[in-house]
Structure formats: structure tokens, C-alpha cells
Design a protein around this ligand. Structure first.
Ligand SMILES: [Zn+2]
Length: 279
């Protein structure tokens, strides 16, 4: 029995607001709080000796070089989160390929190596993403929701015909480390108003904590091996009551016997299981 968790942090700062056209001083300042919160998160992770996976857009590495350096210096994995925060589904193939390469240059300058993992801004891949990730040497993606605590091989060339059954494409060597909006701090906590909708957020942290712990407990019940990925954003999780929740989450997971790994480590372990025929 082996039950793993990955704590992942998307350090978006203001890039997510900018990509939605929200560039007024107050919108920018919401993202700016992320840079205030990063040291809080790094301090907490250090106290528990946990290495996490951090996904950072290239523009944010350029905006906050010192903060990004502190993340890398903490021994954490640095993953790719786009050059800007525009989701690939809204980019041309050329723009997407260029953004992957440019973001990777920034990550290589920061950490000494290109990213092994990719997480799409706003979790919306294009039909080209899997192919481009493989072309550019990525090992895993963490943007899809086709499973909960079991990684799987990403497909390429799915066909979604109008009014007919799905046609699944071939499995590739890219490992998918699945995620979920329910294990993401953003929709639970962040109040967001656009011209079309209001996302209320602002839920009590205790309820979210209970959900997040129970997903781990359920994995222990039904799986011999599994990996659950939690996704947080410094500007969201960095508020006092949510930092208390994150600490309680770590305590609860440790108490229940969770092993903490980076997504890169988790993907490597899953690949070994595949090769041994255990997955
Ligand atoms: Zn993001």
C-alpha cells in the first residue's frame, strides 16, 4: 500500500488577471499579494520538510525574479505554467509552441533545467498541447481530470463528432497527473466578478479541509497505490485562515500516513509501475 500526495502551487501573481483583461490597479494588487504570500508558504513547507511542485508563468518569473529564486532555492520542482497565463485553447499552435519554448528558457535560467512538467493556465488544453509537450521534452502534464488519484497516459488525436460517439486517440508516453477543481483552492475561496458571472468563493476553510482530507481517506480505502494532487495559489491560500487550513491539511495527511512527493517524482514512480505492469 502506498498513498501519495503532491502539494502544488501555481504562482500566477497578476498574470491571471492580466490574461482576462483585468489590468486596473486593484486587480493587479490582488495578484501582487501572491508575492507577499510565497514566503509564508515556503516557510510552512520548510518546517515540514516538504518539497512541492511550483508552476510559474514565464512573465511572472520576470516580474518577481527574487521570489522565483527563493522558490527554486527551497528545493522545489519548477514546472511550466505558460509564458503568459492565456490558456492554450485560446492560442494558435504557433503561439502555444513559442510560449512553451520561451517559458522553458526562463525556467532553465531560474533552476538550471527545463521543466519536466506542464500545467495549463486555467486548465484548458488545446488539441495540440500533448503533441507540443512531447516535442519539447516534457514528461508529464497536470491539467486534465480523467481520473482522481491514478495517473494515466495522455491521449492524442481524440475525435468528438457531432451527435456520434467519441473517438479516442492513441495513448502517448506523456503521463497525465490528474487534477480537479474540487482540490483547487481558487473556486472555493476567491470571489470573482466578470461581466457574465459572479463566482462567490469565500467558503469557510474548515469545510474545504474536510473535503480534501476525505478524498485522501477514500483513496486509502479503495486503492493500493494512488497519488492525490492538491492545487493552491499563493494569493488565495496566503490569507491567514487559509494558511491555518493548509497547515492542518499537512498535519492530517501526515497523521494518516501520506507520503509527500513532487509531481515529477510521482510521475516517475507511476512510469515505473507501468513498466513493471503494475498500472
Ligand atoms: Zn494559474
Amino acid at each position: 500500500m502506498r498513498h501519495l500526495v503532491s502539494l502544488s502551487f501555481d504562482f500566477d501573481a497578476m498574470s491571471g488577471f492580466v490574461s482576462r483583461g483585468l489590468e486596473t490597479p486593484t486587480a493587479i494588487s490582488r495578484g501582487e499579494f501572491g508575492a507577499v504570500a510565497v514566503p509564508r508558504v515556503l516557510g510552512l513547507l520548510e518546517r515540514y520538510g516538504i518539497a512541492a511542485s511550483w508552476f510559474i508563468p514565464g512573465t511572472v518569473i520576470g516580474t518577481y525574479p527574487k521570489v522565483a529564486e527563493a522558490i527554486a532555492a527551497g528545493g522545489h520542482e519548477i514546472g511550466h505554467h505558460g509564458w503568459t497565463h492565456t490558456p492554450p485553447a485560446q492560442l494558435s499552435r504557433e503561439q502555444e509552441a513559442e510560449g512553451l519554448a520561451r517559458g522553458n528558457e526562463a525556467i532553465e535560467r531560474l533552476s538550471g533545467q527545463k521543466a519536466r512538467g506542464y500545467r495549463s493556465p486555467s486548465w484548458d488544453l488545446s488539441p495540440h498541447t500533448v503533441e507540443l509537450l512531447l516535442e519539447q521534452g516534457f514528461v508529464y502534464d497536470s491539467s486534465m481530470m480523467g481520473d482522481d488519484h491514478t495517473p494515466y497516459r495522455a491521449r492524442q488525436g481524440d475525435v468528438v463528432p457531432d451527435g456520434e460517439p467519441m473517438g479516442f486517440g492513441a495513448e502517448t508516453t506523456l503521463i497525465e497527473m490528474p487534477i480537479s477543481w474540487s482540490l483547487d483552492d481558487h473556486p472555493h475561496f476567491e470571489f470573482f466578478r466578470t461581466a457574465e458571472a459572479v463566482m462567490p468563493g469565500l467558503r469557510p476553510a474548515g469545510g474545504v479541509l474536510e473535503n480534501w482530507v476525505d478524498d485522501f481517506v477514500y483513496m486509502q480505502r479503495i486503492a493500493q497505490w494512488g497519488l492525490l494532487t492538491y492545487t493552491c495559489h499563493p494569493y488565495v491560500i496566503g490569507r491567514g485562515h487559509r494558511m491555518m487550513m493548509l497547515e492542518r491539511l499537512i498535519e492530517a495527511l501526515l497523521e494518516k500516513g501520506a507520503g509527500f512527493v513532487t509531481l515529477e517524482q510521482g510521475a516517475a514512480e507511476y512510469r515505473q509501475r507501468l513498466e513493471r505492469g503494475e498500472a
